[in-house]
Design a protein around this ligand. Structure first.
Ligand code: SF4
Length: 621
């Protein structure tokens, strides 16, 4: 059955929730479905699912004294709601998960996109795929392995694979034809599909072996290689037998380093979380074939959501987002609708998935292990936060700020000879980057190198509409890159917008070594000289770190714009090179320069290209 939307707008009374609410609620059916709560600006602030919409919505608006803290705060902000009826609660769960992803509502627990953990990717749909390190997994038909705890760990695994399996090592997404193989072929580490006839079946066998290795099925792989080795020896192919023997020894060595955590061979994820004050850490252990394959943690800032809500939000968002789903999930606490989650995950995976909350035995031991690791991570985060809190308190005092600088924003401009002018705005909360709030601006009103003009434009755009309910929160401290000039511009903009005095503003200028200056300078409004940070050098370093981040952000955006423009102009004017061909060429070669150096035959062999188009391209470039 198709979900049925139904928008309800309760009339408001002085209480914020109207006398007309009873009538509007009366029209909501006793059916499973999803509800979207909206604020007065029409923005979705909460998405939930229910087996019975009428009962669930009724519980929000009936007796406010019986609501938990979070729901009490949420209800105060609800101006209207929308319901979507679904055929079942399982369907409601899917829809809820998609709507949360789309709206990222303020009162839902949102899993941050944490790119710290790399994975390995192999596109098994290609004839001769390679293995690459990626930070983000996609639903693109490729296989992903990991996540690995660090960049070092993933590189070490990749190196190990390249030592044992003759998978191609060049980084192009598709094998690039060459006249001669590279050194990897000479040392026997690659079959060289770039220039030799390589049996796709043989290559696929290597890919399968890599896959088994990465899935933790090393014992099976060793058995398989052992039997191949015996076959080779029996047919007196001693060279192959020796190569297989070395591979087997190498695999046995890697197995010694792996940690076996269970005696069965079930693939399972173990999820536990710990919370302290406003922080919650979810720890995920990935066990494949009995071996601990990876560990990953996610942190949330949330003081008021119930434990079950955090766990449910994690499962919905993590597994709804392309992640591989194992046969079994072990959780530290039981969800009220655990069985429903199992059905939903089984549906996504097309195979049965069971959620369990073990209390004793080997599985409970795994959950305890996840708890301990969550606790350690939480302790590390708390320590980082305490250190940051000390620095921020120091800044609060040293700069005589009106408020504790929990949220600091910094703006920097970038541009070369007045072209592709841009600015980057970065946000730090509690001393750590809050990347989801970063912004980048293309300067529209200034066409020449005019730092003051750019600063004026960016700040005017950032702080316009500050009063809107869904506006980005205002900073406690705004930093502008530059000296007194930039600082005065910032103060003037805030005055024009009628928001001066709502937060502090400072300027941060580079030291002038020619004048013997030893430190960067911090300017405050109304003070001629910069602040002396000699006894508070760590506080100054924090400000410098934030400024450097803004600088990096602005520069990388500027570079991107410049590159986009030059690529656009260089390829766009070539006859016969349309959008599709341009995309293929850039994807394959990565730059116009590389396209210009490629041989005509190679260009012509690309999908969608012809010899004529390749010749034109070559001569034009
Ligand atoms: S030999 Fe060819 S396919 Fe193998 S790594 Fe080198 S360039 Fe790539």
């Amino acid at each position: 059955m198709k979900p049925q939307p139904n928008s309800q707008t309760p009339e408001q009374n002085a209480d914020g929730h109207g006398a007309g609410l009873a009538e509007t609620l009366a029209r909501v059916p006793h059916s499973p479905g999803v509800y979207l709560m909206k604020n007065s600006a029409g923005k979705v602030i909460y998405v939930g699912k229910a087996a019975d919409l009428k009962n669930r919505l009724g519980s929000y608006f009936s007796n406010s004294s019986r609501l938990d803290a979070k729901t009490g705060v949420l209800v105060k902000h609800i101006s209207e709601f929308e319901t979507i009826v679904t055929a079942s609660e399982a369907e409601a769960l899917i829809l809820e998960s998609n709507l949360i992803k789309r709206h990222r509502p303020r009162y839902n627990v949102i899993l941050k996109d944490d790119k710290r953990y790399p994975s390995l990717r192999i596109d098994v749909n290609q004839k001769y795929p390679n293995l690459t390190i990626v930070r983000r997994t996609k639903k693109d038909g490729a296989l992903y392995f990991g996540p690995y705890p660090s960049a070092g760990a993933v590189r070490q695994t990749l190196k190990m694979i390249h030592r044992m399996f003759r998978l191609r090592k060049c980084r192009y997404s598709q094998v690039k034809p060459r006249e001669r193989p590279c050194l990897n072929y000479q040392i026997g580490a690659c079959l060289a599909p770039c220039c030799r006839e390589v049996d796709p079946e043989e290559y696929r066998r290597i890919v399968n072996e890599v896959r088994m290795f990465l899935q933790g099925r090393t014992p099976d792989l060793i058995r398989r290689i052992e039997s191949q080795m015996q076959e080779a020896a029996e047919s007196r192919d001693f060279e192959t037998a020796a190569r297989l023997r070395d591979k087997m020894y190498a695999l046995e060595k890697t197995m010694e380093k792996q940690v076996a955590v269970t005696t069965d061979f079930v693939d399972r994820d173990v999820i536990a979380f710990k919370r302290a004050q406003s922080k919650a850490v979810v720890m995920l252990l990935k066990v494949r074939n009995g071996y601990l394959q990876g560990m990953r943690d996610f942190s949330f800032s949330d003081e008021i959501s119930a434990d079950q809500e955090i766990l449910g939000a994690f499962i919905k968002q993590y597994y709804g987002e392309n992640e591989s789903i194992p046969d079994e999930m072990l959780t530290g606490i039981k969800l009220p609708d655990q069985e429903l989650y199992g059905r939903w995950l089984s549906e996504i995976r097309n195979r049965k998935v069971v959620l369990r909350t073990p209390v004793r035995g080997e599985k409970a031991r795994l959950v305890r292990m996840a708890y301990e690791n969550a606790g350690q991570r939480l302790a590390a985060i708390t320590e980082e936060q305490n250190t940051a809190a000390l620095l921020l308190s120091g800044l609060h005092k040293r700069l005589s700020l009106m408020r504790y600088p929990r949220r600091i924003e910094c703006v920097d401009n970038s541009g070369l000879f007045g072209t592709d002018l841009v600015a980057g705005l970065v946000v730090f909360e509690d001393g750590a980057p809050e990347k989801s709030d970063y912004r980048q601006y293309r300067i529209r009103q200034i066409s020449a190198q005019d730092d003051y003009g750019c600063m004026r434009e960016v700040l005017s755009r950032r702080f316009a509409d500050m009063e809107k309910e869904d506006a980005m929160p205002k900073p406690d401290l705004l930093m502008v890159d530059g000296g007194k000039g930039q600082l005065n511009i910032a103060l003037a903009v805030l005055k024009e917008l009628g928001i001066s005095g709502r937060f502090n503003v400072i300027g941060i200028a580079k030291k002038d070594e020619r004048k013997g200056e030893k430190e960067d300078k911090i300017y405050l409004p109304g003070r001629a000289n910069p602040i002396n940070f000699q006894n508070n050098i760590d506080e100054l370093h924090l400000l410098q770190r934030i400024r450097d981040e803004a600088h990096r952000r602005a520069i990388s955006f500027h570079r991107k714009r410049r590159t986009d423009r030059s690529l656009k102009s260089a390829l766009d004017d070539i006859p016969g090179i349309g959008k599709k061909r341009k995309e293929v060429l850039l994807k394959y070669y990565g730059s116009v320069h590389a396209i210009g150096n490629a041989p005509v035959d190679e260009l012509a062999a690309l999908p969608g290209m012809t010899k004529k188009a390749a010749e034109t391209l070559r001569s034009e470039l």
